[in-house]
Unconditional design. Structure first.
Length: 252
């Protein structure tokens, strides 16, 4: 019985060693390049004046970035630069954004104005972005039809002075010819109505139409309760729409 116990224990230890062997094999080469990685990262950071306050350290191939930059975008850029160095296994980005101090209210106003004009033109009708700002941390939520508008919106936020951190909660709508048909028919139903056609004039203030799996949601700000009701009525008459959620706000 004792012999069987030790035999099982030995087999268990051998199995554990075999399972952990790949991890140990990976860690050893990674650690071997730590000095080389750190020298390369420091050289790349030192070549750009935007990173003169950024420091790096390396352990087992993992680069840790500390220090400060003046824009959130530069925090992202520093991590991207480090990842391009050979033999880097990962990047831990602890850089702080210590640029201009802007009040949450002012920051929200500045960003709202920028995001209002993201992708001005035809497709802007089918995107919707919302902002939340707390202690310089910006949360961007909403829906985007292709992902292009999302990337443009985030780029505006990343490069805005005063932004300390960003939480991205923008969803990209599923690709669907069925939904595309509903989008077009809903836009036609709304903007061809003489009461609502005025909302097509300003590219920053359209009635936004989000369609996900046949369900329509209307966003934006309209001049009156009547305009909101008419928009909801027109959207509910669109062929193929399963439901309509009218989230239009009335100005004032």
């Amino acid at each position: 019985m004792t012999r069987n116990y030790f035999s099982k224990l030995l087999r268990s230890l051998l199995a554990s060693a075999l399972l952990n062997a790949p991890l140990l094999a990976q860690a050893a080469p990674a650690a071997r390049y730590d000095n080389q990685i750190e020298a390369s990262v420091e050289k790349k950071l030192g070549a750009k004046s935007a990173f003169h306050e950024v420091k790096s350290s390396v352990e087992d191939g993992i680069v840790t970035l500390t220090g400060s930059v003046d824009l959130y975008q530069r925090k992202l850029d520093a991590a991207k630069l480090a990842r391009k160095v050979s033999n880097v296994a990962g990047v831990r980005n602890l850089i702080e954004v210590s640029g201009a101090n802007v009040s949450d209210e002012q920051l929200a106003q500045q960003l709202s104005k920028k995001l209002a004009y993201v992708r001005s033109g035809y497709d802007i009708t089918f995107d919707f972005f919302a902002l939340g700002v707390k202690d310089g941390v910006v949360t961007v939520s909403g829906d985007d039809r292709t992902g292009v508008g999302r990337d443009e919106a985030l780029a505006d936020v990343y490069n805005q002075p005063g932004v300390k951190d960003v939480i991205n909660e923008i969803a990209v709508e599923p690709t669907s010819l069925f939904d595309d048909g509903i989008r077009l028919r809903t836009a036609q139903a709304i903007y061809r109505d003489p009461v609502l056609s005025k909302y097509a004039i300003d590219p920053a203030k359209p009635i936004r139409i989000v369609v996900v799996n046949g369900h329509v949601t209307l966003y934006g700000v309209v001049d009156s309760a009547m305009d909101k009701n008419v928009a909801g009525l027109r959207a509910n008459q669109v062929f193929g729409a399963f439901s309509v959620d009218n989230k239009l706000a009335v100005r004032g």
